[in-house]
Design a protein around this ligand. Structure first.
Ligand code: PAF
Length: 281
């Protein structure tokens, strides 16, 4: 069932809550793939009612980014989400979420939003925290589900929920990959055949770093060099960043002490892809 207004969604969820039902939220920007469906299935296994939001959020795109061209297909999304167990697809308009005069934002400050994608996309996380805070207020779920592919986003949202004392459990689910290792993403559809073939290098480079890490290489610059060298084997790969930070704090480290995030952002033509792997002792 698709619901497009906040009023109608609240009325439906109030009725469900009164009959003792628990609610899980899966926020998405639509154009669903297996990664999203894994979140919906997990949410359905852990809650009575699953709300999947399907909203391409303008405030997390910079003016030069792909907001207008971001792929959309609500009919396809409705079918896939319903089959995976979503009870409601919340599909609001931009005006419904940001009515005229809306001027309040939620922003996590500090390293966590300044490094990695925050460095290349300075306004991005402010848009993400704002829209997710709105969705939390609208849906008031017990649990909300996010993908590890957006590891920094997950860390930022956990920080927001903790700092603002939100009574919601955030669950971060594993990255879902294509058979050749490419992390699933709605943006993979932008890739040409040649770019798609070369994009497998991201996962290969991260797995190589994890292997040498597990064999005792804990020095961050050396691990970064391994990943960078591997990615640059592909002529179409244009590196935005290759970084390793303590996880989930995203503090700078020289040596991996306990748990770190190795993350990459690489352009293939016009498409910017991200991927990551956790290094844990
Ligand atoms: O990960 C996404 O698709 C988006 O950033 C999110 C969390 C749905 C907020 O718009």
């Amino acid at each position: 069932m698709i619901i497009t207004t906040i009023k109608e969604l609240r009325a439906y969820l109030d009725t469900q809550r009164k009959s003792g039902k628990t609610i899980g939220l899966v926020p998405t920007m639509g154009f669903l793939h297996e990664g999203h469906l894994s979140l919906i299935r997990r949410a359905k296994a852990e809650n009575h009612i699953v709300v999947m939001s399907d909203f391409v959020n303008p405030t997390q795109f910079a003016p030069n980014e792909d907001f207008e061209s971001y792929p959309r297909n609500i009919e396809h999304d409705e079918q896939l989400a319903t089959d995976a167990g979503a009870d409601v697809i919340f599909y609001p308009s931009v005006e419904e979420m940001y009515p005229n005069g809306s001027s309040t934002f939620v922003e996590a400050e500090g390293d966590i939003t300044k490094v990695l994608c925050g460095a290349s996309r300075p306004s991005h996380f402010k848009g993400v925290t704002t829209v997710v805070a709105m969705l939390f207020n609208i849906v008031q779920p017990q649990k909300a589900y996010f993908g590890q592919k957006d590891a920094q986003q997950a860390a930022v949202l956990i920080k927001m929920a903790t700092d603002l004392h939100m009574n919601i459990e955030l669950i971060v689910c594993p990255i879902v990959r294509e058979e050749d290792g490419l992390a699933m993403s709605s943006r993979n559809t932008y890739l040409s055949a040649n770019e798609r073939a070369q994009a497998v290098i991201l996962n290969q480079a991260l797995v190589k770093a994890k292997t040498i890490f597990e064999n005792g290489e804990h020095n961050v610059p050396n691990l970064i060099k391994t990943i960078t060298d591997k990615i640059t084997e592909m002529p179409l790969a244009d590196i935005d960043y290759v970084s390793i930070y303590e996880y989930p704090s995203l503090k700078t480290i020289e040596t991996v002490k306990e748990k770190a995030l190795a993350a990459v952002a690489v352009r293939f033509g016009k498409t910017r892809l991200i991927d990551n792997i956790i290094l844990e002792k």
